[in-house]
Design a protein around this ligand. Structure first.
Ligand code: GDP
Ligand code: IMO
Ligand code: MG
Length: 429
């Protein structure tokens, strides 16, 4: 029987979703991106080859799976074409497998420029990827956005583009002293991109609901992570889409009754890129150690990721807001050398203890994490192939996480490659 599974990042992104999607794709027929854009960077390592997917679902590396970019995704067509070309040059079959929604909104150079100019301001910086994601979603919600299908009606596209450029150029000139963009240049470039992408563009909502009716298995690939969700995350230090599980229904056009399971990907510690609160962030020494051992550098921007202890308050919240049925714990091996390992179990703020995250502005910046200290296992877990083979302290660490977040563990990952993954036996532990 086919299953419809939503997979989400349970922290601030970069949990290892790409690796996990690649493994789960083995058993599904469709893989769907439903939000975000090329701000995402999903890494898959197969043998000695490394692939970083930004817009195209990570399932593309398994031939014969239909990979869908849903209408909730914002598409930079130039970046998409480059990604397609790169995959093709590596022998991946893109043409038979990729489908792009005709209703997805398009990122234009003025979105990227606005993102970049806002980020250069000293105050109010978010630390974005400067890919134009926020300004593109803002235009969508302001009802002035341009969608994939619009590119194939030249007159309509030209009219919408001119209205946008006139408004944006005024802002560029008056506010930022930047000369702005030429409608002619963008129009001509985007017509060429449209031509190149035409073979992939279709009604993906119909495609997916037909697949559902035929009982096909569908995996919805979340980008970013729960605490980067524009509604639930650490606002304003978030991305501009709904990266929680509900986003899959909206951004792919599949009703909630058609989803069978939600899987959360959880890193065995915590990382975040860009600005914003991070209660369990390490001090300098541990930060450098874990960053190096975990290779914690952005897959999209190359920026050093901030690292910290596992925060069970965050992940427990994530289980609730996404309705996570099972989690997959990644990067356990990165903690192999530590003498002791902390888990945050609550926060204190103004003499009160919290196991939730109230909306008070500044709560997460000012609260103090309360830690439980666990002995490290001080041995290499990267070659371990079963729960039973793990050192006892590593098993205890996983069991404790399971108990604190209140959900089953499905798989444990101890390295980048497919084979460095094993099942966790929930019945026994
Ligand atoms: P995503 O955005 O959630 O897909 O994650 P990224 O690809 O941005 O970052 C995860 C990084 O960790 C990638 O470099 C992966 O190859 C790597 N990775 C994934 N799982 C593991 C693991 O279990 N152990 C180690 N050491 N690295 C892993
Ligand atoms: P994956 O899918 C980690 C972060 C940025 C910034 C904030 C807003 O690889 O997990 P944006 O460019 O989206 O407007 O930036 O969101 N961010 C990510 N952090 N992983 C990601 O994607 C991210 N995508 C965006 O660093 O803090
Ligand atoms: Mg990433």
């Amino acid at each position: 029987m086919g299953e419809r599974i939503v997979l989400v990042g349970a922290q601030w992104g970069d949990e290892g979703k790409g690796k996990v999607i690649d493994i789960l794709t083995e058993n599904v027929q469709y893989v769907v991106r439903y939000q975000g854009g090329n701000n995402a960077g999903h890494t898959v390592v197969i043998g000695d080859k490394k692939y970083v997917l930004h817009l195209i679902p990570s399932g593309i590396l398994h031939d014969g799976r239909i990979c869908v970019i849903g209408h909730g995704v914002v598409i930079d067509p130039k970046a998409l074409i480059e990604e397609i070309e790169l995959l093709k040059s590596q022998g991946i079959n893109v043409d038979d497998n990729l489908k792009v929604s005709d209703k997805a909104h398009i990122i234009f150079p003025y979105h990227q420029k606005l993102d970049e100019l806002r980020e250069t301001k000293k105050k109010g910086k978010i630390g974005t990827t400067k890919k134009g994601i926020g300004p593109c979603y803002a235009d969508k919600v302001s009802r002035v956005g341009i969608r994939m299908a619009d590119l194939y009606d030249k007159d309509y596209f030209r009219k919408k583009l001119e209205i946008n450029i006139e408004e944006k150029n005024t802002i560029f000139k008056d506010l930022y002293g930047f000369k702005g963009f030429s409608a002619d240049d963008i129009f001509n470039d985007y017509l060429k991109y449209a031509d190149n992408l035409k073979k992939y563009v279709c009604d993906t909502v119909m495609l997916l609901n037909e697949a559902y009716k035929k009982d096909r298995s569908i995996l919805f690939e979340g980008a970013q992570g729960t605490f980067l969700d524009v509604d639930y995350g650490t606002y304003p230090y978030v991305t501009s889409s709904n990266s929680t599980a509900g986003g899959a229904c909206i951004g792919a056009g599949i009703g909630p009754s058609r989803i069978d399971m939600v899987v959360g990907v959880v890193k065995a510690y915590t990382t975040r890129v860009g600005e914003g609160p991070f209660p369990t962030e390490f001090g300098d020494d541990l930060m450098e150690k874990i960053r190096q051992k975990g290779g914690e550098f952005g897959a999209t921007t190359g920026r050093a990721r901030r690292c910290g202890w596992f925060d069970s308050v965050l992940v427990k919240n994530s289980v609730d807001v996404n309705g996570i049925d099972k989690v997959i714990i990644t990067k356990l091996d990165v903690l192999d050398e530590l003498d002791t390992i902390n888990i945050c179990t609550s926060y204190t703020y103004k003499n009160k203890q919290y196991q939730n995250i109230p909306g008070d502005p500044g709560f997460l910046e000012k609260c103090k994490p309360v830690y439980e200290e666990h002995p490290g296992w001080k041995s290499d877990t990267s070659q371990v192939t079963s729960y039973e083979e793990l050192p006892i302290n590593a098993r205890k660490y996983l069991d404790r996480i399971k108990k604190l977040i209140g959900t089953e563990i499905m798989l444990v990952s101890v390295g980048k490659s497919r084979k460095q993954t094993f099942m966790y036996n929930n019945a026994k532990h």
